[in-house]
Write a protein that binds this ligand. Sequence first.
Ligand code: ADP
Length: 857
Amino acid sequence: MSSVDTPMFQQYLALKAQQPGCLLFFRMGDFYELFFEDAVTASRELELTLTTRNKGDPDAIPMAGVPHHAAAGYLERLTAAGYRVAIADQIEDPALAKGLVARAIVRVVTPGVVNDASTLDARRPNYVVGLAAGPEALGLAYVDVSTGELCATTVRTLDELVAEVHRVEPVEALLSPELRGEARLTAAFKRHRTLVSEAPDAAWTVTGAQEEVQHVFGRDVSLDAADPALLAVAAVLAYGRAMSGSELRNIHELRRYAAQRFMVVDDATTRHLEIFRTQIEGRRKGSLIGLLDRCATAMGSRRLREWLRFPLLDPDAIRGRSAAVEAWVDEPACRDDVRTLLREVADVERIGARVAQGTAHARDLAGLRRSLIAAVQLRERLSGHPSLSGRLAADLCEDVRADLERWLADDPPATLTDGGVLRRDANAELDELITISVEGVGIIARVEEREREATGISSLKIRRNKVFGYFIEITRAHMHRVPDRYLRKQTLSNAERYITIELKELEEKVLGADERRKQLEYALFVELRDRVAQASRRLSALASSLAELDGLVALAEVAVRQRWVRPQLDDSERLAITAGRHPVVEAMLTEERFVPNDVTLDADGRQLIVLTGPNMAGKSTVMRQTGLIVLLAQIGSFVPADAAQIGVCDRIFTRVGAADDLSSGQSTFMVEMAETATILRHATRRSLVLLDEIGRGTSTYDGLSIAWAVGEDLAARVGCRGIFATHYHELCELEDAVAGVVNQSVAVSEWEDRIVFLRQLKDGGASRSYGIQCAQLAGMPPHVVTRARALLTHFEKHAPRNAQAQLSLFGAVPAQPSAEPEAAAPDPMRGAVAALNPDALSPREALDALYRLRALL
Ligand code: ADP
């Protein structure tokens, strides 16, 4: 019989078939074992030793295992690498099993369905998104199983759906059959490393979906049968329940949102403005949220992130939030105290989820107790401050706190089954058992003392092991003194072990009490946890209010520390920033002082700034800071400026930097053109458009023409507010050609042939590009700089000052003064070939270069 035919492997294969897309962790004794392909995969991902089961068997089975007590860490690594893992546990006591132990899959751990604190990033939500197509609309829902947050929206177009997917940044996605394989969704999932999974089929039918929602909520939620959001909601719920093996009793509410009520910050802009991570290194430090997140709790950090994902459009709503921030700015003493108290608050949302799903341990409840005590102190501190206290929930769940205070030990252990979890005085029966088991140890010590005296054997010891319980151990040398009432139990090489009737009676009482104590204590703990779970909805509401409070206090704290001001928000089409700064660049500068700049835009007359200035002058910084100030203003934050008036923007579009997206395999020029096309298609009069160096990746003529046409279209047709940074000085002529376009430049001055950056924005275009000075600053060897200067003088004298000049660089080039007298005269052909950098050429440029070389011949 081959190994696979054994009953155990039949059981294994049957379980494996239940969850085909998963690695199977198969519990055997103290290990979770993996077999076949799973073993190979796990040994590679987790650096486990790959062995085989039934060595010597011609078709031995590959095997790898992890100790069950260390499973969490391995699960974390597997889910982080995008795997799902099904956990098959023994569901009967192996000691009592007749034959093969029964096993079942108790849950599936997937990147989106986890709720243990060690696996999750505390400051980020963990979303599973569901997407469904209806006849006329598209539905999206997302759930964070670890907190119970559930949201849904309905949109009309695929564009909008993709935008929402970027907003959600899901770790896992479920697609209705019509949407599977949709290229633009696939690209979005690739961007966020989203694992695409499958929801139970029934969720994608209206009846199945209605049943699912009814099952979780116990009532109807306001979702129309015709609305595809219903299917999306059902999909995430059904998937969450199936994977977690829990009823998700911590989900109490469905929040419906209308995407058009929030600003769209698309994926490119999120990256360019470095909102959540830096563009090149992908780190949180150095991003906007890295600066902004001064929250004391993980819940506050997640709330702040949500605000950044959902900037507001309604000036009243924005003013509501910024007024709350201002109230905290104005009360520094109270703010300090509240921050101190908030540091006592644990992650009540995620603890609440574990409580409701029955996985919370005693330390979770201790964290909850600490938080509930802090909540009461917060209310006391805020009394007399009506402007600050409004956000704290009225219901502080004081009954739950009292229950926890009465039952839970002060500093409970991490495990639930070894006792010590509950207070001594909580329950009379438990107390008695504890007394017996604790005192029993003392009684046995007294027996030991008494027996030593009675026998005269000073080395006599009473010991205990699992097999015999308590016994008396006497070394061989003293055996002749052993009294008759001792009953021999076991002979060792140099000692004998005995029991007595008294000892056995005592043992039963003591060990029995200890065992019963652990069982009772566990049962009482579970009762306590279940009672807390009854308050799940109220705890969620309280947690949400604490998150809100923390987020507002954090925004106030940053505002004060960084000297930000409260902006004026309105429905106008103006943008007037006085002395604006880039929040992150400013915070990073150590030696230089950040030079503030004014930016004024107005869709009525001063729409588009054409921004010129040499490389490194600060063009891109001005653009990014403008975008960030608008974003901050619309989440209700203060902004880095002396004053700001901001007419609400519906979208911020950016096209910044050329270095990005090397990884996607697309040419930089194509990415740039695709992003620019998106902007022209979607920008409205209310949008803010920030474009940097459009048309750089192609030949000069092409680039200039594209840049001109884009600028013209933005100003003349779209009518949005925008800044257009360019190195094409020719674009300054747009000012005269198109109404609403103005020239500005970042000032530099020259000093002894060197360039000094003033970082100051001034009216009018830049007069020169200072490319050579920049090259010198960048460390170009002096002889090359000298040579470049000579060439420049020549070109300026001989070539017509227009774009054409730049194209005919290979005209009559002045000879290079030779360092070595016998050097041959420069060969223009050689020079031209040597000057080519094939790696930096677009296909188009390469073709142009070929034509030029042919012309040279
Ligand atoms: P450009 O886009 O013109 O090439 P950047 O905006 O990238 O230039 O600015 C280059 C560097 O100059 C920035 O990394 C920053 O360190 C510094 N810088 C830019 N603007 C300012 C400013 N207003 N004050 C101080 N330093 C600045």
